[in-house]
Design a protein around this ligand. Structure first.
Ligand code: GLN
Length: 500
C-alpha cells in the first residue's frame, strides 16, 4: 500500500526518514555539480587556452546561467512535470552532459572542437541542474506539516549533505583531472550523478503522493503531450544556451531580462491568491532580495578570495602546511558539515523552549556574521609581513565565522520558501530563491573586479591593501543590510502572517 502524506508528515523523532533519501540524492548531485564547477576555470585556461580574465568571466556566466535556469525548472515542475519527473529528467540531462565531457574532450584535435564539446556538455548540465536543484529542495519542505517546527532543522541536515557532496566532488574531480585525465574526472562526475539518480529512483516510492505530476492529478490532467513538449523544448534550448554561455555579453542581457520577467510572472500569478497568501509571497520576495546581497558578498570565495589566497597568504595553520587555495575552496564546506546538524539541533532545542528566533532575526544574524567575517578578512592586513603575505589562520577563522552566516540564511531561506508559498507556486518560488543566487554570483564578479588594484604591476603589499579595503567596505554594507532587515522586521512579520 502507498504511504500517505499524513503518515510521512506525522513522523516521530527529529527527522523524517524520507529526508535521508533526498539527502543522499542531493549529496551525489552536488558532488557532480561542484566537481565540475571546480574544474571549469582550470580547464578553460589549461586546455582551451583562454586568458585568465576571460575564463573568470566565462565561469561567472555559467554560474549565473545554472542558477537562473532553476526558475524555469521550478516553473515546469509546478505546471507540468511535478517534482519527481523534473528530478529524473534533470538528472538524465546532467549525466548526458558529464558523458559528453568525458568522451568528447581530449579526443578532439583542435581547441575549437574541444570548445564545442565543452560548451555542449556544459549546456546540458545547466538545463539539467535547473530541473534538479530547486525541485529536490522543495520536496524536502513537503515532508513537513505546515507548522512543524522541525522543518528548519531538516533543511540544516539536508544542507550538510549538500556540503559533503561539494567537499568530496570539489576535491576529487580537480585532483583527478590534474594528475590523471580530464576525461576520467568528468567521467567520475557522470558516474556519481548516476548514483544520485538511482538513489532517487529506488526511494521515490517511499514519498507517497509528494512530487507527483499535476498532469496526473491536477488541473491539466490528461494533457500528456505537455510533458513531451517540455522534454523536447528543454533539448531544443540547449544550442541557444551554448551560444549564450560562450559569449559573456549575452549573459549580461540575459540577466537584465530574466529578473524583471520573473517578477512580472509572479505578480501575474499572485492575482489568483487571497490577500493573506499574497502578503506571504511579498514576504518571500523580501527574503529573496536580501539573499541577492548576501550571495554577492559570500561568493567572493569563488573569485577575489581565491586570488587573494593564492597571492597573499602563507601556508601554515597550527604549524601544519596547507595549500591556501585548498583551504579557500574547502574550509567552508567542512565547517558546514560539522556545524549544520548542531545548529539544526539548537533550533529544535530552542523551539521546545519557545525561544527559537524567527526567520527574519535568523536572516539578520546571517548578515551580522557575514559582516564579522569580512571584518576578519579585512583584519588579515594587520598580520602581514613586509612581503605582503599574511596569516592563513586568521583567513580560516573568517571562513569559520562566515559559515554561521550562511547557516542562518541559506538553509533557512530554503525552508521559508516552502512555508510562504502556496502549493501550486512552490517550485517557482524555490526557483526564484536560486535565481537570487544567480544575481548574487553575477554581482559578486563585478564587486570582485572592483577590488583589483588598478596598478597592473602592484606589489603583493599593494594587492593586500586593495583587497582588504574592499573587504572592509563589504563588512560595512553587510552591517547596514542586517540593520535594515531588523528595522523592517515588524513589517515583514505582518506580511508573513502565521508563518514564523
Ligand atoms: N551551497 C549551496 C548549494 O549548493 C547554496 C548555493 C546557493 O544558493 N547559492 O546548494
Amino acid at each position: 500500500m502507498q504511504t500517505t502524506l499524513e503518515e510521512i508528515q506525522d513522523f516521530k523523532g527529529k527527522y523524517p526518514k524520507q529526508l535521508w533519501y533526498l539527502f543522499f540524492s542531493e549529496m551525489w548531485e552536488r558532488f557532480c555539480f561542484y566537481g565540475m564547477r571546480g574544474m571549469l576555470t582550470v580547464f578553460m585556461v589549461s586546455q582551451l587556452m583562454m586568458k585568465e580574465d576571460v575564463a573568470n568571466l566565462q565561469y561567472g556566466a555559467t554560474q549565473a546561467f545554472v542558477y537562473a535556469f532553476t526558475f524555469i525548472g521550478g516553473l515546469f515542475a509546478d505546471k507540468i512535470l511535478g517534482f519527481r519527473k523534473s528530478l529524473f529528467w534533470g538528472g538524465l540531462l546532467m549525466i548526458t552532459g558529464s558523458c559528453i565531457l568525458a568522451f568528447g574532450l581530449g579526443k578532439a584535435q583542435t581547441v575549437e572542437l574541444n570548445s564545442f564539446w565543452f560548451f555542449l556538455g556544459l549546456s546540458f548540465t545547466i538545463v539539467g541542474t535547473g530541473f534538479f536543484k530547486p525541485n529536490i529542495s522543495t520536496m524536502v519542505g513537503a515532508l513537513y506539516h505546515e507548522n512543524d517546527s522541525r522543518r528548519d532543522a531538516g533543511f540544516s541536515l539536508f544542507y550538510a549533505g549538500i556540503n559533503i557532496g561539494a567537499l568530496l566532488g570539489g576535491y576529487a574531480c580537480v585532483t583527478i583531472a590534474k594528475n590523471y585525465s580530464w576525461n576520467l574526472a568528468f567521467g567520475l562526475a557522470a558516474i556519481v550523478m548516476t548514483i544520485s539518480l538511482i538513489t532517487f529512483v529506488f526511494t521515490q516510492r517511499k514519498m507517497g503522493p509528494i512530487g507527483l505530476s499535476p498532469i496526473e492529478s491536477g488541473k491539466s490532467k490528461g494533457k500528456k503531450w505537455y510533458e513531451y513538449a517540455t522534454y523536447i523544448g528543454s533539448l531544443a534550448i540547449i544550442p541557444v544556451i551554448m551560444v549564450m554561455v560562450a559569449k559573456t555579453e549575452y549573459t549580461d542581457w540575459f540577466m537584465y531580462i530574466i529578473g524583471p520577467c520573473t517578477l512580472i510572472y509572479l505578480f501575474y500569478e499572485m492575482r489568483k491568491y487571497s490577500a493573506v497568501e499574497q502578503k506571504k509571497l511579498l514576504a518571500a520576495l523580501v527574503f529573496i532580495i536580501f539573499s541577492i546581497l548576501f550571495w554577492a558578498f559570500f561568493e567572493q570565495s569563488g573569485g577575489s578570495l581565491n586570488l587573494f589566497a593564492s597571492n597573499n597568504l602563507n601556508d601554515t595553520i597550527l604549524g601544519m602546511h596547507f595549500d591556501p587555495n585548498g583551504i579557500n575552496n574547502s574550509s567552508n564546506s567542512l565547517f558546514v558539515i560539522i556545524f549544520a546538524p548542531l545548529l539544526g539541533l539548537l533550533w529544535v532545542w530552542l523551539s521546545k523552549r519557545n525561544s527559537e528566533p524567527n526567520t527574519i532575526i535568523k536572516f539578520g544574524l546571517g548578515f551580522i556574521f557575514l559582516a564579522l567575517a569580512f571584518y576578519t578578512f579585512y583584519a588579515t592586513r594587520f598580520f602581514a609581513g613586509s612581503d605582503g603575505k599574511t596569516s592563513l589562520e586568521v583567513f580560516t577563522m573568517a571562513y569559520f565565522v562566515i559559515t554561521f552566516g550562511e547557516l542562518c540564511l541559506s538553509p533557512i531561506g530554503l525552508s521559508i520558501m516552502t512555508k510562504l508559498s502556496p502549493q501550486p507556486l512552490q517550485g517557482v518560488m524555490m526557483g526564484m530563491w536560486f535565481l537570487a543566487s544567480a544575481y548574487g554570483q553575477y554581482v559578486a564578479g563585478i564587486l570582485g573586479a572592483g577590488m583589483v588594484s588598478p596598478n597592473e604591476n602592484a606589489s603583493l603589499t599593494e594587492k593586500l591593501i586593495s583587497y582588504t579595503d574592499g573587504y572592509q567596505q563589504l563588512a560595512i554594507y553587510a552591517v547596514i543590510s542586517g540593520v535594515v532587515l531588523i528595522a523592517i522586521s515588524p513589517l515583514v512579520k505582518k506580511l508573513m502572517g502565521d508563518v514564523k
